[in-house]
Design a protein around this ligand. Structure first.
Ligand SMILES: [Ca+2]
Ligand SMILES: [Ca+2]
Ligand SMILES: [Ca+2]
Length: 315
C-alpha cells in the first residue's frame, strides 16, 4: 500500500509539472493551464522548463534511476509489419516504455503509428537513432534524454482520435525523414497517468514507409521466389525464364517446383553430381519423365529438354 501511494504521488507530480495528461484538471501549481503547458511541450521540443518543472522532473528522474534496467526489445520491425504490444507500469519506470527497433535508410521517410486497443490507455511515441542496452538516460522527451546509446529525434503524443470513446487523450503518429543509414528505436510510452487505468495495456504499432528496410533481423528472399531463405531448399535459385542446357535452349518455361527449387536448379545439380556425360543425360531424362508425369511439360517439351542434355558436353 505504501508503495502504491508513493507511485501515485510520483505520478501526480509528473502530471502537474508537465501537464501532459489530457485528463488532468489540476492547474493549481502554475499560472499556465495544463493545456497550455502541454502545447508548449508538444509543439516546441526546445521549450525550457520552469525551475518548478525541472525540480519535479529531477524528482521523477531519481525515481527512474532507482529502476534502471536492461532494455528488452519487444520486436524488430520489418517492412510492412504490424506488431502489437503491451504497456505496463508507471511513468518514468523502465516498464513504462515498450521498445521496438527497425533498420532505416538515410533521407527516406517513415510513418510510425500507434493505436490503442484499450480505451483507457493514452500512448505516446518517441523516435530515437540507435539501439539501447540499458534504460539509463532514456526519458520520454528530449529535455531529459542523456542516453549514450540513443539519440533523441522526435516524439508525438496526440495525433489521431482513437476509435473508442474516451477522455484519455489521442493516439500518436509520427512521420519523419531519417538522417542516416542506421538502426532506430521506437519507444511507446504511456502519457495520461490520471486517466490510464492500471491494467490498460493494449496497442498496435505499425512502422511503414520507404525508410524501413529489411535488415539482418528480417526474413530475406534472396532469389525472389516468394519463399524466404530460411525455408527455401534452393535460396539462390537459377530463375532464368527458359530451361537451357550448355547453350541449348529448350523453349520450355523454367517452372518453380514448389519447395524453392526451379527446374534449372535440379538440372544444374545433375551436371554437378554426374560422373560422366551418360550419367548426366540419364539424370536429366529422369527429371523430364517426372515433370511429364506431373503434367508440368508435354511429351514434345520432354524431348526438347533431353535433346539439349544429349547434345551438351556436360558435365
Ligand atoms: Ca496520446
Ligand atoms: Ca527464395
Ligand atoms: Ca529458391
Amino acid at each position: 500500500m505504501e508503495l502504491i501511494n508513493r507511485m501515485a504521488a510520483i505520478g501526480a507530480i509528473a502530471v502537474m509539472a508537465l501537464g501532459i495528461s489530457a485528463c488532468s484538471t489540476d492547474s493549481s501549481t502554475s499560472a499556465t493551464t495544463p493545456t497550455e503547458r502541454q502545447r508548449m511541450l508538444e509543439d516546441d521540443i526546445s521549450h525550457k522548463l520552469t525551475a518548478e518543472e525541472l525540480a519535479a522532473m529531477h524528482t521523477q528522474g531519481k525515481a527512474g534511476d532507482a529502476v534502471q534496467a536492461s532494455v528488452t526489445y519487444e520486436a524488430h520491425l520489418c517492412p510492412d509489419e504490424v506488431a502489437s504490444g503491451d504497456v505496463i507500469g508507471r511513468f518514468s519506470s523502465a516498464e513504462n516504455f515498450v521498445y521496438y527497433s527497425f533498420d532505416g535508410k538515410a533521407g527516406s521517410s517513415v510513418t510510425i503509428k500507434v493505436d490503442r486497443t484499450d480505451c483507457n490507455l493514452d500512448p505516446g511515441i518517441t523516435l530515437a537513432r540507435g539501439k539501447a542496452t540499458v534504460t539509463t538516460g532514456i526519458k520520454w522527451s528530449s529535455q531529459f534524454f542523456t542516453s549514450t546509446e540513443l539519440r533523441y529525434l522526435t516524439r508525438n503524443d496526440d495525433f489521431n482520435v482513437p476509435s473508442c470513446t474516451t477522455a484519455c487523450g489521442e493516439d500518436p503518429e509520427i512521420t519523419y525523414t531519417l538522417p542516416l543509414d542506421d538502426v532506430y528505436t521506437v519507444m511507446v510510452y504511456r502519457v495520461g497517468i490520471a486517466c490510464d487505468t492500471v491494467d490498460a495495456t493494449g496497442f498496435t504499432i505499425s512502422v511503414t514507409g520507404d525508410g524501413i528496410i529489411a535488415g539482418d533481423d528480417c526474413p530475406v528472399d534472396s532469389d525472389g521466389d516468394g519463399i524466404n531463405d530460411d525455408e527455401d531448399n534452393y535460396p539462390d535459385s537459377d530463375t532464368q525464364p527458359t530451361v537451357s542446357i550448355d547453350g541449348c535452349t529448350s523453349g520450355v518455361d523454367n517452372e518453380p517446383l514448389g519447395d524453392g527449387a526451379y527446374m534449372m536448379d535440379l538440372i544444374n545439380e545433375c551436371a554437378a553430381n554426374a560422373a560422366n556425360h551418360g550419367a548426366f543425360v540419364s539424370c536429366v531424362t529422369q527429371l523430364a519423365n517426372e515433370w511429364k508425369a506431373a503434367g508440368l511439360i508435354s511429351g514434345n517439351q520432354k524431348s526438347s529438354i533431353t535433346g539439349c542434355a544429349s547434345s551438351s558436353s556436360l558435365p
